[in-house]
Design a protein around this ligand. Structure first.
Ligand code: HEM
Length: 346
């Protein structure tokens, strides 16, 4: 099977929450309904027109888990550096914009700081920081903004714990992104936990208050279904004709957009994929990417989110939204999903 060429005007416009003014505006914490549909469909690769800053680029959305992994794994065939026209971020000069040996060298120089063991050594400080922030939050009385008064300052201070020299080597946008992603994950997951039932409980939050031992797996499941990664921001250009595991052939020069949100709903890998299941095991979601560019901040970001939510569940089990959930406003833009503010009370 070949990914047939479709004229631009018959292709699906992407990202899916793009409005007429060219801005991507997710309406809430749910990923677009198309992702689940595309992952289950018989066509593993879907012709799209990728719209970035008003520019249109024909591309192929890669929807199956095995294919997405293959695209992200094989830097020799799928180049991020050469996919600039479909890329919502200017990655020139950053690690994401490098391929091959140059990338390996840049990555080597910082990777030791981010191993699970290195991150675990920071965990006491992360916990102390979360407790200090919680004390500030509760001192405000019974109402606050969980983002501005807790999640953002917490993430900002913990990023300060990373040695200064890594901050120089990391692309600054990703350091900022690292802070914003952790804070956004805390806010997004809080909203999701409070707005759906789970097991015998009226909310998934109440379920986790009763079952704190499930928090780690719950967060992995939330990363799968509600990752802060938005709009499939990892385009690659095909460097040589190639066949994907699904059997689809791609041609040299094609732009492909691997979709972690579709792959995370691939029923071949995740049975009953739309179901939020805190017992899901294994849970090989692709929200942090895969292969050579796999998110270096993954352990560290996930640890911050775990520490924050565990603490809130334990110390403020009655914490809840102070406004109807549909009144929460979500950040517009290509990259990071999350609430702008999250009024809460306890
Ligand atoms: C918690 C939410 C986060 C999500 C969902 C996330 C997601 C991702 C994804 C999908 C990639 C791969 C991009 C690609 O292959 O094109 C990536 C790469 C990267 N992330 Fe994250 N990330 C998160 C947090 C962080 C944090 C906290 C940091 C660190 C300070 C960080 C630093 C990086 C860096 C430096 C890369 C580039 C790695 C490379 O090119 O080798 N991220 N991230």
């Amino acid at each position: 099977m070949t990914a047939a060429s479709h004229p631009v005007d018959t292709r699906l416009r992407h990202p899916f929450y793009l409005h007429d003014d060219g801005i991507n505006r997710p309406a809430g914490p749910d990923k677009h309904w198309r992702y689940g549909r595309l992952a289950a469909e018989s066509d593993p690769v879907v012709p799209i027109v990728r719209e970035v800053a008003g520019e249109l680029t024909p591309a192929y959305l890669i929807c199956r888990h095995a294919d997405v992994r293959e695209v992200l794994r094989r830097q020799d065939v799928f180049s991020r550096a050469e996919a600039g026209s479909a890329d919502p971020v200017d990655i020139a000069g950053t690690m994401l914009g490098m391929d091959g040996p140059e990338h390996a060298q840049a990555r080597d120089s910082i990777e030791d700081f981010f191993t699970p063991a290195a991150v675990a050594r920071l965990s006491d400080r992360i916990e102390a920081e979360a407790e200090a922030r919680l004390a500030v939050l509760t001192a405000r009385g019974g109402r606050a903004d969980l983002i501005a008064d807790f999640a953002l300052p917490f993430a900002l201070h913990t990023i300060g714990d990373l040695p200064a020299d890594i901050q120089v080597k990391l692309p600054i946008s990703l350091v900022v992104g690292g802070r914003e992603t952790a804070a956004s994950s805390i806010g997004t997951f809080f909203h999701v936990l409070h707005t759906r039932p789970y097991g015998d409980h009226p909310t998934a939050w109440a379920h986790l208050v009763a079952h704190p031992e499930q928090v780690d797996r719950a967060i992995t499941e939330l990363e799968r279904l509600h990752s802060t990664g938005n709009a499939d921001a990892m385009p690659r250009r095909v460097r040589a004709d190639v066949r994907l595991p699904s059997g689809v052939s791609l041609r040299k020069g094609d732009i492909v957009v691997p979709s972690p949100d579709a792959a995370n709903r691939d029923p071949r890998v995740f049975p009953d994929p739309e179901r939020m299941d805190f017992g899901r095991d294994p849970n090989p979601h692709l929200s942090f990417g895969y292969g050579p560019h796999y998110c270096v901040g993954a352990h560290w970001g996930a640890l911050q989110v775990r520490v924050a939510l565990r603490l809130l569940l334990r110390e403020l089990p009655g914490l809840r939204l102070a406004v109807p959930p549909e009144q929460v406003r979500w950040k517009a833009g290509q990259l990071i999903l999350g609430p702008e503010a999250l009024p809460v009370r306890w």
